[in-house]
Design a protein around this ligand. Structure first.
Ligand code: NDP
Ligand code: OXD
Length: 307
């Protein structure tokens, strides 16, 4: 039985090397080789292959990314475990990016960049960190790591999840009823939610109106969670003071899209966090070990919940 690596050639080299050391008896395949799909027990991929029904003995599909919204649930037979990527490299990069973005909004970097473009030397007001409420939508692997990394700055840290959570030093909210309460006490909102039918379009006119005037937005979840027109309206009216946007719909963001040139927006091309081959190979190898020992892999997706 074999492991099929369906991603780029550069990462394949790193994975092949890690597998040769850690799982020497595991056949390691890439799509460039001739193989019988019925031999594949594990598949690492971004999307489900069109001929998935030929993979008759597939047990686990590993997503190359932390998100699994690109995988159409109906396209994957229910007996196959779907596992999202949980690995140290992704976590570290997300911690860096969100810290960068929160600090950029906290210290009004978009405002200073606009001033720089106009040659304006001017001091802008700043709220002290212990008076600044940073709220993360999502309290999963990435969000909790981000909140942890923000701790030394002294922000008031808060988060929102579906189920009730208890995290030391973080004000935790859950469920639709408590979202309004959280938003009312948020200065910088970070979206780190998976894309599901419940979170699609969640960053909309109504949500922005529930934030205090002048709040900031960091969006690192998925593009379809954000209503672009609502964002631009909220920025233009002053309801939002600034935004750092890493994910858009569509991607790439069209070159003529208003967001690229909006003076209160910093756009990056979905690079907040990227699967790192060394650490990802380790995580997948560990998960194969867990699966073969009869344990649930880390990052096992609940197909009903969608994440
Ligand atoms: P997890 O599955 O670990 O966490 C998801 C969190 O979202 C959980 O806390 C969950 O609540 C919460 N959640 C889900 N649905 C709802 C809802 N309807 N209402 C309230 N809370 C909800 O995911 P990760 O932290 O690993 O990743 C999060 C997302 O980040 C990914 O799905 C992906 O879209 C995005 N991402 C973006 C990257 C980028 O470069 N921009 C890179 C990597 C990931 P509960 O705890 O109750 O289950
Ligand atoms: C991911 C991503 O889901 O890169 O890993 O967005």
């Amino acid at each position: 039985m074999a492991f099929l690596f369906n991603s780029d050639a550069e990462r394949a080299k790193v994975f092949a090397n890690a597998f040769a050391h850690a799982l020497p008896h595991q056949r390691f395949l890439t799509p460039a080789e001739a193989f019988d799909p019925a031999d594949v027990r594990y598949l690492l991929t971004w999307t489900v292959p069109d001929d998935i029904e030929r993979y008759a003995n597939l047990e686990v599909l590993f997503s190359i990314g932390a998100g699994v919204d690109q995988i159409e649930p109906a396209s994957l037979p229910p007996n196959i475990k779907l596992v999202r990527m949980v690995e140290d490299g992704i976590v570290r990069m997300m911690q860096e990016y969100v810290t960068l973005a929160v600090l950029a909004l906290h210290r009004d970097l978009p405002g200073y960049l606009s001033q720089q473009a106009g040659g304006v030397w001017g001091v802008r007001p700043v709220r002290q960190a212990p008076d600044c409420q940073v709220s993360v939508l999502g309290l999963g692997v990435l969000a909790t790591a981000v909140l942890d990394r923000l701790e030394p700055f002294g922000f008031i840290r808060q988060g929102w999840s579906r189920s009730a959570r208890d995290i030391a030093g973080v004000n935790c909210f859950n469920g639709p009823e408590q979202l309004t309460q959280l938003l009312a006490q948020t200065d910088i909102l970070v979206c780190l939610l998976p894309l599901t039918s419940e979170t699609r379009g969640i960053l909309n006119v109504e949500l922005f109106s529930r934030l205090p005037r002048g709040a900031g937005l960091v969006h690192v979840g998925r593009g379809p969670q954000l209503d672009h027109d609502a964002l631009i309206g909220a920025l233009d009216s002053g309801q939002l003071a600034g935004a750092v946007i890493d994910v858009t719909d569509p991607e790439p963001l069209p070159a003529d899209h208003e967001l690229w040139r909006h003076p209160k927006v910093i756009v990056t091309p979905h690079i907040a966090s990227v699967t790192q081959p060394q650490t990802a190979a380790r995580a997948v190898i560990d998960n194969i070990g867990r699966h073969e020992a009869g344990l649930a892999p880390l990052g096992l997706v609940d197909r009903d919940r969608g994440y």
